[in-house]
Write a protein that binds this ligand. Structure first.
Ligand SMILES: Cc1cc2nc3c(=O)[nH]c(=O)nc-3n(C[C@H](O)[C@H](O)[C@H](O)COP(=O)(O)OP(=O)(O)OC[C@H]3O[C@@H](n4cnc5c(N)ncnc54)[C@H](O)[C@@H]3O)c2cc1C
Length: 500
């Protein structure tokens, strides 16, 4: 902020982002009686992930009755795994129902945030001016900044290029030759949707995923009526969905050997749909089930078996004119390239924009790997709380459960901050170190670290700074309340006495 910038508004709490995390934080703040807060959102509407990912076939892969807020059950989910339009509409309704609209500021991109030690507050430069806040909640999303590989020749490609999270709905794929790069969660939803309409689909696969059948179906009107009339029935369903996923965690975290049976099922899924032995071999992973995110689909393999699909078992190396060239030398001329190459996860862009008490950015602080205390606070960054911070991701259950745990922590943080009389709380380096040492100790036995794959859960040093190595119940317990022994109390420096 330059000396001439005026502050648009000062608030008690500023929330950055309006996806599940930011909206959840806003609801929780209101429930806690905090009304002096703003939600700054760079886009023009709420929804985060579910606003940005509008590609054909986009849907959740955790059942909707679990992938939604516990405090706002939706008896009208249309399918067991609802699609992006329904999830986005649900989040819009959350903004209305919980009276969040007056707090929302759209088209406000946070370009920088600096801890002002003299005033004990965060100073945020946004695309619409400067805001200040006592407490900042970063709910910028773990999967919100698309990652597109920097490939030779890509800039000169004469056709259409876009990322799955920035789908160009004005571009008609009908009759086109299309390269899809990547075989992650988004790509496997896209491929079956576009395969029937394109002339040729070239799928560039670096590593095949393990894919299980998707138990997706319409939720009948009778079921919906039941959930509307008997909310306890919906709660019971949610509890059952939750328990099943909780019971699976041990296999991923402590006893990967137990995943062998699931791997055999996933192998049978390939064999059932793919009759060509060579294609089958290319689609069969050479690493353990669960090491990368397990995907769900009934339509992906059948689509790949169609004659207009070429599966290139190699990553994209370069683009030469309108030809995509794979690392194995295979060449295909295409009209469009769609990147299903994921997001900046372990190098989250907001990191380089947040500057802490010592004048260092979070990105600098995390150059050897992301780390926080209880996935929420970072030493040297007073009164900054993450929603979905380091090591809070899940491999097999609903992220909304983790978000709600972090909202409990946020609520208790504000209560204790008020009660302490301090201007800010700052996680001690020792508490943060202890927490992360324990997380990494538990991580050492997981299939994510030992399954023989290289996934987006791992950072450049091979450390898993993304996932939580435990049950959601365990994380709930760990974030129920703030332990003040883990924090230094920061007092506002006394203002110098004025001599007359
Ligand atoms: C295609 C897809 C499917 C998924 N399916 C599931 C699923 O089935 N189950 C599951 O548990 N999880 C799923 N996820 C993970 C999903 O990201 C989380 O469940 C959840 O939606 C994250 O919410 P969030 O609010 O933390 O982040 P987001 O939804 O990403 O929201 C972050 C918001 O912050 C805004 N923002 C970012 N930076 C700035 C800035 N500098 N200034 C202002 N605003 C900013 C963004 O515009 C965005 O609106 C999926 C993710 C993707 C991409």
């Amino acid at each position: 902020m330059s000396g001439t910038d005026t502050v648009v508004q000062h608030v008690r709490v500023v929330v950055v982002g309006s996806g599940f995390g930011g909206l959840g934080a806003a609801v929780r703040l209101r429930q806690e009686g905090v009304t002096d807060f703003l939600v700054l959102e760079r886009a023009g509407s709420v929804g985060g992930t579910w606003r940005d990912n509008s590609y054909p076939g986009c849907a959740c892969d955790v059942p909707s009755h679990l992938y939604s807020f516990s405090f706002a059950p939706n008896p009208d989910w249309p399918r067991t795994f609802s699609g992006q339009p329904e999830i986005r509409a649900y989040l819009e309704r959350i903004a209305d129902r919980f009276q969040l609209r007056p707090h929302l500021r759209f088209d406000h991109e946070v370009q920088g945030a600096r801890w002002d030690a003299a005033a004990s507050r965060w100073e945020l430069s946004t695309s619409q001016g400067v805001y200040t806040a006592d407490v900042m909640v970063a709910a910028c999303g773990p999967l919100s900044d698309p990652s597109v590989p920097d490939l030779p020749g890509l800039a000169d490609f004469p056709g259409k290029v876009f990322h799955s999270a920035r789908w160009d709905h004005d571009y008609d794929l009908t009759g086109k030759r299309v390269a899809v790069v990547g075989t992650g969660a988004s790509a496997i939803q896209i491929v079956p949707m576009i395969q029937p309409k394109v002339e040729r689909l070239v799928l560039l696969q670096r590593t095949p995923p393990w894919i299980m059948p998707r138990m997706d179906r319409d939720i009948t009107s009778a079921e919906r009526r039941l959930y509307r009339r008997v909310p306890a029935a919906q709660r019971a369903l949610r509890a059952a969905l939750w328990s099943i996923r909780e019971s699976q965690v041990g296999a991923f975290v402590k006893r990967p050997g137990m995943l062998k049976a699931a791997q055999a099922l996933a192998k049978r899924n390939i064999d059932k749909h793919i009759k060509d032995p060579a294609l089958r071999a290319r689609l069969t992973p050479d690493y353990s089930f669960g090491c990368k995110r397990v995907l769900l689909s009934n339509t992906y393999y059948p689509a790949l078996a169609q004659p207009n699909v070429d599966l290139v078992a190699s990553g994209l190396k370069e683009v030469r004119g309108s030809t995509v060239v794979a690392a194995d030398g295979t060449e295909h001329e295409v009209d469009a390239i769609i990147f299903g190459t994921g997001f900046h996860v372990t190098d989250m862009p907001i990191g380089s924009r947040i500057t802490g008490a010592a004048g260092r950015t979070l990105g600098e602080e995390w150059k050897d790997g992301m780390a926080a205390l209880r996935g929420s606070t970072v030493s040297g960054f007073p009164n900054l709380l993450f929603v979905i911070g380091p090591n809070t991701g899940l491999g097999n259950s609903s992220m909304v459960l983790m978000i709600e745990s972090q909202l409990n922590y946020l609520a208790d943080y504000l209560r204790r901050l008020d009660a302490s009389g301090a201007a800010a709380l700052d996680a001690t380096p020792e508490a943060q170190r202890r927490w992360n040492a324990e997380v990494q100790r538990r991580m050492a036995r997981t299939v994510w670290n030992n399954g023989g794959c290289r996934s987006w859960y791992l950072d450049g040093n091979g450390n898993n700074t993304v996932l939580w190595p435990g049950t959601t119940a365990h994380f709930r317990r760990e974030t129920r309340s703030v332990d003040l022994a883990e924090y230094d109390l920061v007092q506002t420096p006394a203002t110098a006495p004025v001599t007359v």
